[in-house]
Design a binder for this molecule. Structure first.
Ligand code: NAD
Length: 290
């Protein structure tokens, strides 16, 4: 039987609906909307698109989105001064510095400067540490979005074998910890892993976060496996194909025949990332203003 497709757009819509309700309630109680401040340094075209989408979606969810656009040559002290101002501003609930930063700016130093209670990207070491020790911090948006798919289908991870392909701080490592917290037996595969195929074959759940088009073949999957595909890869157009087709890290057409559930690309994990960012903003606002 072909896999059930996990519709990220629909799940994101439901998530945003809940965010809207909470943001409205916050505004009634505190006389202002939750505030999300996004800092964009330079003019990277992809970052401009992402930031624009975040601002637009915030507005739709009764969140006050503000974008601080800084020139590409902005020195570190000016960026840190802006972050300090946002940290001190009571009307700012969430701070997000759009990555990647221009190469003269050290991303670690910048992320460390954000007040962990306002770190809606969940990348500050305090929040990363909270995830490791099982405390409730703010969790990174994309991994949190991945877990929502499993929660939505009420998938019981207890004792299941989960494989995370990719070990980035943004996706692979945090999602592995989240799966572990739900009692899965978790493996992490990465660029040095040998025999990825065998690791995939024995896994009940696969989270692919690599950035290699269709690296994971459908034939490798265990029958009925749950596949969460985080990868976003733009293909060179083949003959007859629209330019720049997006594909994931999993060969969707083949995988669909063997998997039990699968997220498509596009329309899977991607839409959930912004929805969780907005949810984190409301959560940060509620926690700072009980
Ligand atoms: P990254 O480049 O930081 O990490 C990639 C990881 O893949 C590394 O840990 C590396 O060890 C591993 N890897 C590389 N080659 C491998 C191989 N042959 N076998 C196994 N592992 C291998 O990337 P990232 O930031 O984690 O993003 C991964 C993908 O997810 C990218 O396509 C990115 O565009 C996408 N992404 C999507 C969203 C979303 O909202 N949907 C958010 C973040 C990232």
């Amino acid at each position: 039987m072909p896999a059930e497709i996990l519709d990220g757009r629909a799940l994101a819509r439901r998530t945003r609906k809940d965010v809207r309700v909470r943001a409205k309630r916050f505004k009634r109680k505190h006389g202002r909307a939750p505030g999300l401040d996004v800092v964009l340094v330079g003019d990277d075209p992809a970052s401009q698109v992402y930031v624009g989408a975040k601002e637009r979606m915030a507005g739709k969810c009764h969140i006050e989105g503000r974008v601080h656009r800084l020139p590409v040559e902005t020195p570190m002290d000016a960026l840190l001064a802006l972050i300090a101002t946002l940290n001190a501003d009571e009307n700012v609930d969430g701070i997000l510095v759009q990555l990647p930063l221009p190469s003269h700016l050290d991303e670690g130093v910048v992320v460390d400067a954000i007040d962990p209670r306002k770190d809606v990207d969940g990348l500050h070491p305090v929040n990363a540490g909270a995830l490791v020790v099982g405390r409730s911090g703010l969790t990174p948006c994309t991994p949190t979005g991945c877990m929502r798919f499993l929660e939505d289908i009420e998938y019981d991870l207890s004792g299941k074998r989960a494989l995370v392909v990719g070990r980035s701080i943004l996706v692979g490592k945090p999602v592995a910890l989240m799966l572990l917290a739900k009692n899965a037996t978790v493996s992490i595969a990465h660029s040095r892993t040998k025999d990825l195929e065998s690791r995939v074959r024995e896994s009940d759940v696969i989270v692919a976060a690599v950035g290699r088009p269709e690296l994971i073949q459908g034939a490798w999957l265990k029958e009925g496996a749950v596949v969460i595909d985080v990868g976003i890869n733009r293909l060179e157009p083949k003959e007859g194909e629209a330019p720049g087709t997006l594909v994931g890290d999993v060969d969707f057409a083949e995988a669909q025949e063997r998997a039990g559930y699968i997220t498509p690309v596009p329309g899977g994990v991607g839409p959930m990332t912004i929805a969780i960012l907005l949810e984190n903003t409301v959560l940060a606002a509620e926690r700072r203003n009980p």
